[in-house]
Design a protein. Structure first.
Length: 335
């Protein structure tokens, strides 16, 4: 997945501003206004169309966000199997064309047959590209951007802002965002935030680091480019900011295994894309220096929902899990 890659050149991607494709309104979306339509993309570009888009292709998490507001895309491209993607695995995808289940691989011919009038993918400021259209993506897959305008909310500042941004996009597309079910989900999210803040406040000395061990290095996440980590910090959690993020790919600081213990948090937030209940013990055997990190040695690890959250409901669920971990944590392990 994109923010897990270790080497990536920053590339520029032009947003396609050509007019809409088919005006066919048979796509499975909420009732949309006739138009004209406009939306300001995360890149700062205002994308306009004569008619409100109804035939939407979306990246996985972005599709989940739109679907949470009643907007059903005609096509989805994902970075992994839709059966395992945390955004999609519990959603009903009946009637939606799956255009790819591997990062960087999109079936553009199949996408063209859907006659899309909008493509939705997050805007990644560090890479200056939308999801699925970054540097390293198969060149044929990048032709997706030639089919319709591309828009997305910025990744990198806040999951709350991301969810709010997709709420705005969904509303512009005709979603009834004041639906009672949506309000109920947002209320649950607010309650989860309150509980998380309370748990964090009760452990004022607790420090955490978001980490991902790999064969070549130990990667320490840079909150500046991880919206969920920035939210955790804004909620009071002391997430360590690494000293030396990689200049070419600043999502991470890359530590050699000899220097795996550079940081000594009280609790490790483990990249959820690689986390299993046995992973900590397995890495300790595979790379003994992993256990030089006191939190790892004592098993103080919890899955971190890395780079995938898009909805109020999913954020609430993950916050509840982290609240339980914070309550159980020892704030003196790293000292």
């Amino acid at each position: 997945m994109r923010a897990w890659r270790t080497v990536l050149a920053v590339s520029a991607l032009s947003v396609v501003l050509a007019g809409c494709g088919s005006s066919d309104s048979s796509g499975d979306t909420a009732a949309a206004a006739a138009g004209p339509w406009s939306f300001t993309d995360g890149s700062g570009t205002e994308v306009k169309a004569d008619k409100t888009p109804t035939r939407i292709i979306a990246h996985a998490g972005e599709a989940a966000a739109l679907m949470s507001f009643g907007i059903k895309p005609v096509g989805i491209y994902a970075d992994e199997s839709v059966k395992t993607d945390p955004n999609l695995k519990s959603l009903d995808l009946t009637g939606i064309e799956i255009l790819g289940e591997e990062w960087g691989k999109i079936d553009v011919e199949k996408a063209a047959a859907l006659r899309p009038d909008l493509i939705v993918g997050d805007w990644w400021p560090a890479e200056k590209a939308h999801s699925g259209l970054e540097e390293g993506v198969d060149e044929k897959s990048k032709k997706l951007a030639e089919l319709a305008p591309v828009v997305g909310v910025t990744q990198g500042k806040s999951i709350l802002q991301l969810a709010e941004g997709y709420e705005d996009l969904a509303e512009s597309l005709g979603a009834k965002v004041d639906d009672p079910k949506i309000a109920e989900t947002k209320k649950r999210f607010e309650e989860s935030v309150a509980k998380f803040k309370e748990a964090v406040a009760a452990k004022p000395g607790l420090t955490v680091a978001a980490m991902s061990p790999a064969d070549d290095k130990v990667y320490v996440a840079n909150p500046e480019y991880a919206p969920e980590l920035l939210d955790f910090q804004s909620f009071g959690l002391k997430v360590i900011n690494p000293d030396s993020p990689d200049k070419g790919f600043p999502y991470w600081e890359n530590l050699s295994w000899e220097n795996a213990d550079k940081y000594q948090p009280d609790l490790i937030l483990w990249d959820g894309r690689a986390f299993t209940e046995t992973a900590n013990a397995e890495w300790g055997k595979k790379q003994p220096t992993w256990f030089k990190i006191k939190a790892a040695e004592q098993g103080a690890v919890v899955a971190w929902p890395a780079y995938w959250l898009h909805t109020y409901g999913d954020f609430a669920t993950e916050l509840d899990k982290l609240t339980t971990a914070v309550k159980a944590a020892n704030e003196n392990i790293g000292s």
